[in-house]
Structures are given as C-alpha cells and as structure tokens.
Write a protein that binds this ligand. Structure first.
Ligand code: PMP
Length: 292
C-alpha cells in the first residue's frame, strides 16, 4: 500500500509521523472519510470543502491548495489501484514541542490513506442495527463545535464503548439539552406517517455528506424531509429509522434501548432509500486516472 505524506507517496512501512506531532499529542488536527465507488471518488469537492472549513475553524492552515489536495487524493487512489474503497484524509497541526502552543508547529502535515473498509456485516443491512441511548453526550458548541471533524474523537469513542458493552452496534447521542443529535459515527433519520425527519445541524449533528445526499434523494423521490429538534419519544414512536454515514452508507436501525422501532424490521421506505443511495453512489463522482 502507498501512503501519501506531505507530497510523497511512501510504502506503508515507511509511512511514519513524529511522536512530537500535535495530532498525536493533543488530537490537534482534522480529518475526512471519503468513499471510492466504481473507480470514482464520491463527493470529493464536498468532503474537501468540509475539511478546509474545519481546518479554518481551528486556525489550522492546510499547507496545500484545494486543487493540490484534490489531485493528491485521486493520485493516492490511483497509486493503490483501488476501484472501491475508503480514503482517510488527515491534516495534523504538525511537529511541535511538548506544549499546547500551535505556533510552535511551523508545518502542518497532510496524510492520505486509501484502503478498503467494511464497517458493518451484511446482516446489519438485512436485519437492521440495534441502538442504545448513550450516556455520553455530544459536546456543547461552546466547548468544541460538533461540526468540527477533529482528530479528537474521544467523545465518540466513549459513546461507542457504551454501545459495544450493551451488545449494540451504534448508539444515539443526545446534546446537552437532551435532544437527539446523531449517532457515534453516523447521522440519524426517522420516518413517521410517510415523512422523514432528521435532527437539525444545530442539535449537535455533523453536517454529513451522506445525510445531504439522502436529503437530495428524498427530494427527488417526493418524500418530505424535515430538519427538526428531535427527542427520544420521536424515535421510540417512529415507523422506521435509518442511519447515514460515509462508511456505513444508509442502513436500517430497528431497535432503541431494547424497544423495537415500528415493526422491528427494516421498513419499506428505508429499503427504498438504501437502494437509491447505492445507485447514486455508483453513478457520480470524480473519475480516478488509473495507470493501466
Ligand atoms: N456523525 C459523525 C460523528 C461522524 O463521524 C460521521 C462520519 N463518520 C457522520 C456523522 C456521517 O458523516 P458523513 O456522511 O459525512 O460521513
């Protein structure tokens, strides 16, 4: 596997960063997860826009331009000959000293890994995920904006541990006020009486690229979709529930806190959306210039 670090494509065994990198020492940096479907990078521009926005929000100057990042991303995919897979793009604050001061880190580092991913087994798509409500809340915007996809994912990791300990695959995270925000690594949608609802971004959800793609699909399918302040009542009493994320795509959730959602099986609208997303993902995107 070839890994891009700061302008060079290195063999996996040589792809190393310093122990003084503030990404490691403080989780100081940002990242993106992007998919490759049928030799095309899905919504690369949108992912890079979010990456650059998140970097700006934490005063991190990405050392290469948007166009250079675009090129580096597709070149890394091409170098690995991947036609389907997952790209992890990381920008760290770079090498500094054993102190918080980011001004001691003169050069941020850019890392691009292109590999395979399989987050959930097929069974999860066929039968749906079981969720719990996590005790760990999404951070308040005044602490760390939930919109920043930063290298500090400890909040989500703690919530994921809760899910796994409860024998569940994912969990709903509430915001400080107790409204539903999202899941540990996915956005959440519910369906009631033929209409779709998802928490507002200001509820503490990440502005998911898959979330947006699904909202566009719903619009095309003439299924109303509303961004709302959502409570657990809404999920408990929903007819269907599904999650969205780059790695997970769209997948059904059938239980929350041991209570079945609707019939307790993936619902018809959810299945339609999953299918429509698959078609979309395999039919658009930036083509990768493979060297044959
Ligand atoms: N919420 C969180 C906390 C995430 O980390 C992610 C990405 N894995 C998502 C939602 C989904 O966003 P996207 O569709 O852009 O991958």
């Amino acid at each position: 596997m070839k890994i891009y670090i700061d302008g060079q494509l290195l063999d996996e065994k040589d792809a190393k960063i310093s122990v003084f990198d503030h990404g490691l020492l403080y989780g100081d940096g940002v990242f993106e997860g992007i998919r490759i479907y049928s030799g095309r990078v899905f919504r690369l521009t949108e992912h890079l826009k979010r990456l650059y926005a998140c970097a700006r929000a934490i005063s991190l100057n990405i050392p290469i331009t948007f166009e250079e990042m675009e090129r580096a991303t597709v070149e890394t995919v091409a170098a690995n000959g991947l036609r389907d897979g997952y790209i992890r793009l990381v920008v760290t604050r770079g090498v500094g000293t054993l102190g918080l001061d980011p001004n001691r880190c003169p050069k941020p580092s850019v890392i691009i890994i292109a590999a395979g991913i399989k987050l959930y087994p097929q069974e999860a798509y066929d039968h749906g995920l079981k969720l719990i409500t996590c005790a760990t809340r999404r951070p308040a915007p005044a602490a760390l904006s939930p919109q920043v996809k930063s290298l500090n994912y400890l909040n989500n990791v703690m919530a994921k541990i809760e899910c796994l300990q409860a024998g569940c695959d994912e969990g709903i995270m509430l915001n400080e006020q107790g409204y539903v925000a999202e899941c540990t690594g996915d956005n959440v949608f519910i369906i009631k009486n033929g209409e779709v609802y998802t928490p507002t971004i200001s509820s503490g959800a990440l502005d998911g690229i898959t979330r947006r793609a699904v909202m566009e699909l719903l619009n095309k399918m003439s299924i109303p979709c509303h961004e709302v302040m959502m409570t657990r009542f809404d999920v408990y009493t929903a007819d269907e529930c599904f999650l969205t994320g780059t790695a997970a795509e769209a997948l059904p959730a059938v239980m929350l806190d041991t209570r079945p959602i609707g019939s307790g099986k993936p619902g018809p609208t959810t299945l339609k959306i999953i299918e429509a997303f698959k078609v979309l993902a395999n039919s658009e995107g930036s083509p990768v210039p493979y060297k044959e």
